[in-house]
Design a protein around this ligand. Structure first.
Ligand SMILES: Cc1cc2nc3c(=O)[nH]c(=O)nc-3n(C[C@H](O)[C@H](O)[C@H](O)COP(=O)(O)O)c2cc1C
Length: 177
């Protein structure tokens, strides 16, 4: 598969079978993250791998919408970033997260980004989704939790992107207008 084909076929997958994801697959996904480019090579990210069903279910409940697929996921990888290391921490974390999405797709697994940073917690009065995730995964206060990558064997098929239907109008040659 070429990189363009991988880009076409990678879709957010939110339904998973109960089949376990191997340690080898998780290792490959993490290796892809650890090879991410980062500003000044400061590599401000840390990754928490969660497999315990009980914790996955609690993570699924961290937001009202957008995180429920974690109930079915075999693995979650929490992307934490240290904002004191670089002002590009969100970019660096996002690149690492996307590397994992691409690697998961390349090895035939389903994956989806779950936004945590800046999102409210599900239950009123419990603060942010980030605070909840930090407590559940014992993440130190100085770290920001950008997102969670939910991973599992696919239980839904999604169409690849149609190259003819891309938003080519967003491309501007030489000048914006
Ligand atoms: C920064 C970012 C935040 C996202 N947050 C969520 C989320 O919280 N829950 C979710 O189900 N999908 C989330 N997604 C996935 C997007 O909904 C998805 O990428 C988009 O709809 C395009 O679909 P595709 O990934 O299948 O191409 C997020 C994606 C990005 C890049």
């Amino acid at each position: 598969m070429t990189f363009l084909e991988l880009s076409q076929t990678r879709r957010s997958i939110r339904k998973y079978t109960t089949e376990p994801v191997s340690d080898e697959a998780v290792q490959q996904i993490l290796q892809a993250a650890l090879m991410s480019p980062a500003s000044k090579r400061c590599n401000p990210w840390e990754f928490v791998v969660v497999r315990r069903r009980e914790v996955l279910n609690q993570l699924a409940d961290c937001r009202t919408y957008g995180s429920t697929m974690l109930q079915e996921a075999a693995v979650a990888i929490v992307v934490c970033v240290d904002p004191s290391l670089t002002d590009t921490w969100q970019c660096d974390g996002a690149i690492a997260a996307h590397q994992m999405l691409l690697e998961a797709a390349d090895i035939g697994l389903g994956a989806c980004w779950v936004q945590v940073f800046g999102r409210a917690a599900k239950s009123e009065g419990t603060g942010s989704a980030e605070d909840l995730v930090k407590t559940l995964c014992q993440i130190p206060d100085n770290m920001n939790v950008l997102c969670i990558i939910s991973i599992g064997h696919k239980n839904e098929e999604r169409k690849p992107r149609d190259l003819e239907k891309l938003q080519y109008e967003k491309i501007h040659i030489e000048h914006y207008k």
